[in-house]
Write a protein that binds this ligand. Structure first.
Ligand code: HEC
Length: 135
């Protein structure tokens, strides 16, 4: 390995800042905004607004995961920790998929299906909030 690669490796390790509770709260607020944007797009029947909200939601949800302190918890039942990660990943994937569906269906003029996907996203948000409180 030459110096260049060592520097590159070091750089990426340092730049990969841990995901904190603060990051998650900020992402949550961004997602709430994105959801509002999507619904505004529905009401004004404006594809650009729907699309920008859904893209924003998709971008943010992909970053959401249990913060470092939760993942590194010294829980004697380590499987619960893995449960958290798996649980989050599944919801994240579902929300991301539904955001894509909103974009596709709304652009096709299938407003019903777009709204249905929106409702399903809401359910996933609530599902995580409900479960997370018990963590
Ligand atoms: C993986 C679990 C998870 C998912 C999925 C999730 N949330 Fe959250 N959300 C949390 C947790 C945990 C909190 C509490 C704040 C914290 O500790 O990060 C929270 C808090 C919030 C808050 C309050 C933030 C604040 O200012 O205190 C809002 C708003 C929010 N979520 C919106 C959403 C929306 C909208 C969605 C769906 C698009 C969503 N959340 C999906 C876990 C989740």
């Amino acid at each position: 390995m030459n110096k260049f690669y060592i520097l590159l490796l070091l750089g990426t390790t340092l730049l990969a800042a841990p995901y904190t509770k603060q990051d998650r709260i900020k992402d949550m607020q961004k997602m709430a905004e994105a959801m509002t944007t999507i619904s505004t797009g529905f009401f004004y029947n404006n594809n650009d607004i729907v699309q920008s909200g859904a893209l924003e939601l998709s971008e943010v949800i992909r970053k959401v995961k249990p913060p470092l302190e939760e993942r590194a918890e010294q829980d004697p039942l380590a499987r619960w920790e893995n449960e958290k990660v798996r649980f989050s990943n599944k919801i994240v994937r579902t929300i991301d998929g539904k955001a894509e569906l909103i974009i596709e269906r709304f652009a096709d003029g299938d407003v019903q299906a777009a709204v249905q996907a929106y409702t399903k996203i809401m359910k996933q948000c609530m599902k995580c909030h409900h479960e997370v409180r018990a963590w």
